[in-house]
Ligand binder design. Structure first.
Ligand code: URA
Length: 206
């Protein structure tokens, strides 16, 4: 598995504001969308392309067209915030939804909803802002891989070392794109220092 950590000054500034507990929900949502653009631009570097000949006002030009369809799969609910920026930059994208619930005592995930488009031959991006235990990601990636996409990548804003190790053991070929790897999981399986509960902060719930 390859771990890609953005390390971009603008992305780090956005992530710091996301972490700040005084950032209100509306601003949090805006920052979350901005950070998603950075992550997705990196995560789609491996997209297959083909030559596209066009005419500029001055000359013929051998340009680029995409040669692979993209499917984005947000893990509900937190991953939903990353969906609109994905649609914005990927444009011709199909969308799958996977609903996961976390049992707060065991921290184990349970799938309550899964609706995926055709994935065969496509470039699949699973998005979940917080890669904590890696258990939700595991279930989502398993569901996606079963449909035989050509490429699968995992995209999270913050990852824990435990979550990374978990996915690394199960899916050594799937790259993870993140903006930060935090210290550890705390006793509630939250990422520490993290940013708290992403869904609660984005949607102003508790
Ligand atoms: N989900 C969150 O929203 N935050 C964490 O720290 C871990 C999982």
């Amino acid at each position: 598995m390859t771990l890609h950590v953005l390390g971009h000054p603008l992305a780090n500034k956005i992530l710091t504001d996301l972490r700040d507990k005084n950032t209100p929900a509306a601003r949090f949502r805006e920052l979350g969308k901005q950070l998603t653009y950075f992550l997705l631009i990196e995560a789609t570097r491996g997209l297959k392309t083909r030559l596209k000949n066009i005419k500029t006002p001055l000359a013929d030009f051998d340009g680029t067209d995409l040669d692979q369809s993209v499917v984005v799969v947000p893990i509900l609910r937190a991953g939903l915030l990353m969906l609109q920026p994905a649609i914005d930059i990927l444009q011709d994208v199909s969308i799958g939804y996977i609903g996961m619930e976390r049992d707060e005592t065991t921290a184990l995930a349970r799938t309550y909803y899964c609706k995926l488009p055709t994935l065969k031959g496509k470039f699949a991006i699973v998005i979940d802002p917080m890669l904590a235990t890696g258990h939700s990601a595991e279930l989502a990636l398993e569901a996606v891989i079963q449909q035989d996409p050509d490429n699968v990548v995992m995209v999270s804003m913050i990852a824990s070392p435990e979550g990374i190790r978990h996915l690394e053991n199960l899916f050594p070929d799937i790259p993870i794109y993140t903006a930060a790897v935090d210290e550890r999981l705390d006793e509630h399986k939250f990422i520490f220092p993290g940013l708290g509960d992403f869904g609660d902060r984005a949607y102003d719930t508790n």
